[in-house]
Ligand binder design. Structure first.
Ligand code: OFO
Length: 169
């Protein structure tokens, strides 16, 4: 069985992971409208990753005898009008998710659930990677500025990103 407060923290985080998937889907559509297919691919991978993060938590909560409560997913709102501003939003969002994952881990520690602490370690490491990955694209976008040719070169690079289903936990 799992502690009730921890169960609630997991359910809230599952909702946030599903929201992340939805937000990145909205961003994927934004780049589809700009016909920047490499960026579209980058967000498509992001969407799949977020779904995997949510499923990982759903399966875990279930395996621990917790009650999975799937809640309404908020309408995604993109903050920003340019590719640079959209990536600034992605970084802010990932930093927020990192805080929330840390909160779930704090609750696991508070209720002394060692198995959950161990499970959440994967997410803590993943957030470091997520922020670094987004930060890399953001740094390049800042260098690019208004240079359209350079933006197209970055678009080509982002087309190479692939999704590998993560082994969570
Ligand atoms: Fe699930 O890591 Fe991004 O949000």
């Amino acid at each position: 069985m799992i502690n009730e407060k921890l169960e609630e923290a997991f359910n809230d985080q599952i909702n946030k992971e599903l929201y992340s998937e939805y937000l990145y889907y909205a961003m994927k559509v934004y780049f589809q409208e700009l016909n920047l297919q490499g960026f579209v691919n980058w967000f498509d991978v992001q969407v799949q990753e977020e779904r995997a993060h949510a499923v990982g938590m759903i399966d875990y909560l279930n395996s621990r005898g917790g009650k999975v409560d799937l809640r309404a997913i908020e309408k995604p709102v993109i903050e920003g009008k340019t590719p640079l501003e959209v990536f600034e939003h992605v970084l802010r969002h990932e930093e927020f998710v990192t805080l929330r994952i840390n909160y779930v881990a704090d609750v696991a520690e508070e209720v002394r659930d060692r198995a959950a602490i161990n499970f959440l370690d994967w997410y803590i490491k993943e957030q470091v990677e997520e922020e670094a990955n987004v930060g890399g694209v953001l740094a390049t976008l800042r260098l690019i500025g208004e240079d359209k040719k350079a933006l197209l070169m970055l678009d080509k690079d982002l087309a190479a990103r692939t999704f590998t289903a993560p082994v969570i936990g």
